[in-house]
Write a protein that binds this ligand. Structure first.
Ligand code: KG4
Ligand code: ZN
Length: 335
């Protein structure tokens, strides 16, 4: 079965082709970053308009790269939420219209389920059950995955997501938007021992996170510092240590609570080198295994949507009627 995947939940237009026999056949991504950068964040209306411009040419490219004709597509999966309503609608309307004209089934996919399943595109995919740490720009969540489609939420951020905290601190230090990767790079020039930031909620038995206080602590430290380039790097270093330490402590707790030694890491912050190094060391100590998506599939992409959609379309699941539905807010939790 060959599935076309479409992702338009935020500021990336992406299209991919996944095939049950050949695996991932193509993936195309266009980032709107330059459109939004000047505003310091994503402007929803501009995002929708840009998706409209790009979705068809990108789909043509993805099909060409996969040496496929329209008629070779057996099903179409698209991100139905969570995300920006207008942006989601562009992908949903396009996918549904395509499905209608080609007489092929379509299915709306949960964006976060896409992220969680991204490591399944690698040569050694994880085998459920496992614990999953989802760390993106919008979410910081720990799940217990007993099987594909069965996600139990163990804990989540009560305020800012980890990626959001990275972005806000990066903005504060003048590193642009989104600054997670730039902040992580700057942290490498930083030295230990100059700044220490709190590890929020680590002494609580639950598996929730909180990152908004950390952002305030960083702002105060930055204001009080001499604001030299070295101060900036030292703050980036201490901030990254605090976030990664907190993620590590809670993830370790989740693994112990669930008696699991298998971990899946997904989402944009999953590209962070320090997080990967620390989690890998932790799982090695436990004689367990950790699974990551390749770097380009940590952040938003359509390969993960095509894969997640294929999983359900092959079982006959599809959009039930002709109504086009998207969900800007949508919990991923079903056992
Ligand atoms: O998963 P994603 O593309 O977006 C959502 O679906 O929310 O993740 C984007 C987030 C941004 O906040 C970005 O700053 C962060 O991931 N990010 C990083 C790194 N690369 C991307 N954060 C820390 N270190 C990185 N290397
Ligand atoms: Zn995402």
């Amino acid at each position: 079965m060959r599935v076309l995947g479409i992702e338009t939940s935020c500021d990336e237009t992406a299209v991919a082709v996944y095939d049950s026999q050949h695996g991932l056949m193509s993936h195309q991504l266009y980032t709107q970053l330059p459109v939004h950068q000047q505003y310091g964040g994503v402007v929803p209306e501009l995002a929708s308009r840009d998706h409209i411009r790009k979705i068809l040419p990108l789909t043509r490219q993805a099909l060409k790269q996969a040496h496929s004709a329209w008629s070779d597509i057996d099903g179409i999966a698209y991100t139905a939420g969570p995300g920006l309503a207008g942006a989601l609608l562009v992908g949903a309307v396009f996918a549904r219209a395509l499905g209608f004209s080609l007489n092929r089934p379509t299915l709306g996919v949960h964006h976060l389920e896409g992220h969680l399943l991204a490591p399944f595109l690698e040569s050694t995919p994880p085998v459920p059950p496992f614990v999953a740490l989802l760390v993106s720009g919008g979410h910081t969540q720990l799940f217990y995955v007993s099987a594909i489609g069965h996600y139990r939420l163990l804990g989540e951020s009560l305020d800012d997501a980890a990626g959001e905290a990275f972005d806000k601190v990066a903005k504060m230090l003048g590193l642009g938007y989104p600054g997670g990767a730039a902040l992580a790079a700057l942290a490498e020039q930083g030295k230990p021992g100059f700044f220490t930031f709190p590890r929020p909620l680590i002494h609580r038995p639950d598996l929730n996170f909180s990152f908004s206080g950390l952002k305030t602590a960083v702002l105060q430290a930055w204001k009080k510092s001499g604001q030299t380039d070295q101060d900036k790097a030292n703050i980036a270093y201490a901030f990254q240590e605090a976030v990664i330490d907190t993620l590590l402590i809670k993830t370790e707790k989740a693994l112990m609570q669930m008696h699991s030694t298998r971990l899946v890491v997904a989402g944009g912050v999953g590209a962070n080198t320090l997080l990967r190094t620390r989690l890998s060391a932790c799982l090695e100590k436990m004689q367990g295994q950790v699974f990551y998506p390749r770097l380009e599939f940590c952040t938003d992409n359509a390969a993960m949507i095509a894969y997640a959609g294929w999983h359900y379309l092959k079982e006959g699941k599809q959009d039930a009627d002709l109504a086009i539905r998207v969900k800007a807010r949508w919990e991923l939790q079903n056992g």
